[in-house]
Design a protein around this ligand. Structure first.
Ligand code: AMP
Ligand code: MG
Length: 474
């Protein structure tokens, strides 16, 4: 094989109750669907592998030299209910590499067969969710929002059975600054395993927050990263869909793209996930839920403290401070979306008025902000008096800003991965047509640039194209 992955593994050196050694399953007929050469370069992968060789590696048929495949243990609250044992039920961490910037990155195969954590599942993934994760996570990165990345997608040559019937099996290679989750801490805290929580704490501190020296400082650092992350999601209309604590990263990266979606029409209560019956993870509730998730992390860290009363008080205060941190990050993001750099007491009111008008008129989230940034009338929402009035107020407000247009163009993407396009791309890929996959990946790589070649991707869906529900990645 002529792909060299310079593995430098650390997680597999931790006590072995943190993971299970697990080889990826061999599959019938691996074929490369898409490979991220720019990311491979960033990760220091070298060599001239053929597509067949790449497919063999990223399907799990050929375990590259230096890999040390493991599945990680974690627990988690799923829709509020604690599940003490989840873990990588269909994922294998091949190992870690140190990238060109000196950052340690995990390389993980997802969809690579059963593991000791599979419970009733088949350990597989199908092409649809694999390509959704590939395209949406790469789009998230291009938008400038912390996220896991996608290095490769391959098909396995084996059909698997899902709601949709028999569908092509696939594997996505995910790259993360680590796969530590809130649920990783919960797994060991729930077992009263103080040593393991301490090991994880030391590991997470050295990998992600080297300036934190106490559990409280660590908690505060994770809270700050997650507040920034969720504020960023809100700024681009992203709905994660399954913000369970096992899908909440310690690093502050977006992780686990399941039934996620970008909103077309603005409404704060938007939900796409077919499994989210009560709207627990609706667009606007993400900011409350992340605080709840951080409270779960806080609980897991308590085991590290000798003086419980003192720790409970301090951790509670840290969690209670989070909404204000998030609100402030949110306000800054929406301020920059509207070209407002200077602090002005009525900015929050102005933003809220706009969002209220957008809700009433079902305005397209992305295009409304892009219209305000570019003046492109094609992007304009349905005309109403309320919009006109609002625009007058806003024009007055930004009159004394230096270069509001420049700032707005950098804060308001022209293009997002719209649901109906993702669905169309998946259908075509299922029939072996990868054109739309390639076009979308190209278009989404520079989301803040208006490119007339991609105008068809910036239009909201026609009523018959609208995607009403998205399904979990399983
Ligand atoms: P998710 O909803 O994808 O975040 O997964 C929640 C849990 O279910 C994790 O422990 C996964 O590893 C596990 N899981 C999801 N899909 C499968 C599958 N097809 N086979 C085995 N385990 C799975
Ligand atoms: Mg998950």
């Amino acid at each position: 094989m002529s792909l060299n992955l310079p593995f430098d593994n650390t997680y597999d050196k931790l006590p072995d109750r943190l993971f299970a050694r697990q080889e990826p399953a061999k599959v019938a007929d691996p074929a490369l669907v898409i490979y991220n050469r720019a990311l491979a370069h960033e990760l220091n992968l070298t060599g001239n592998a053929s597509n067949a060789e790449l497919a063999a590696i990223f399907a799990g048929n050929h375990v590259p030299k230096g890999a040390s495949p493991i599945s990680q243990a974690y627990a988690g609250h799923q829709f509020g209910n604690f599940v003490p044992s989840l873990g990588d039920g269909r994922a294998v961490l091949l190992g870690e590499v140190v990238d060109r910037n000196g950052a340690r990155r995990d390389i993980q195969l997802k969809g690579s067969g059963r593991t000791p954590f599979s419970r009733g599942g088949d350990g597989r993934a199908w092409l649809g969710p694999v390509l959704r994760e590939y395209v949406v996570s790469e789009a998230m990165h291009a938008l400038g929002i912390p996220t896991t990345r996608a290095l490769a997608a391959v098909t396995t040559g084996e059909d698997i059975i899902r709601q949709e019937g028999a569908v092509p099996g696939a594997v996505v290679t995910r790259v993360a600054s680590s796969h530590l989750r809130v649920g990783t801490f919960q797994y060991f805290a729930a077992r009263n395993d103080r040593d393991a929580v301490e090991t994880l704490f030391d590991y997470a501190v050295s990998r992600h927050y080297p300036n934190a020296s106490t559990p409280l400082e660590f908690l505060n650092a994770v809270i700050a990263s997650q507040a920034r992350l969720v504020a960023n999601w809100m700024g681009v209309g992203f709905i994660h869909g399954v913000m369970n604590t096992d899908n909440t990263s310690i690093s502050g990266e977006t992780i686990d793209y399941g039934p996620c979606a970008f909103m077309d029409r603005y409404h704060p209560e938007t939900v796409f996930s077919s499994i989210d019956q009560y709207g627990r993870y609706a667009y606007d509730r993400q900011r409350e839920v992340i605080v709840w998730n951080m409270a779960q992390l806080a609980s897991s860290l308590l085991i590290l403290e000798n003086d419980q009363d003192k720790a409970v008080t301090a951790f509670t205060a840290a969690v209670h401070a989070m909404p204000a941190i998030l609100d402030s990050a949110w306000l800054n993001i929406f301020r920059s979306k509207l070209g407002m750099t200077r602090d002005h007491p009525n900015d929050l009111g102005l933003i809220k008025d706009l969002l209220a008008t957008m809700t009433e008129t079902s305005a397209d989230f992305t295009n409304t902000f892009r219209w305000l940034s570019t003046g492109n009338e094609n992007l304009k929402p349905a005309h109403t008096q309320a919009f006109d009035d609002w625009r007058q107020h806003w024009s007055k407000r930004i009159a004394d800003e230096d270069q509001p247009e420049e700032q707005m163009l950098a804060a308001n993407p022209a293009i997002i991965p719209r649901n109906h396009l993702i669905e169309r791309m998946i259908k075509q890929a299922q029939h072996g047509d990868l054109d739309l996959l390639r076009q979308l990946t190209n278009a989404l790589a520079q989301p803040y640039v208006s490119d007339p070649n991609f105008d068809s991707f910036t239009a909201p869906p026609e009523p018959h194209e609208e995607v009403k529900a998205t399904f979990c990645g399983t």
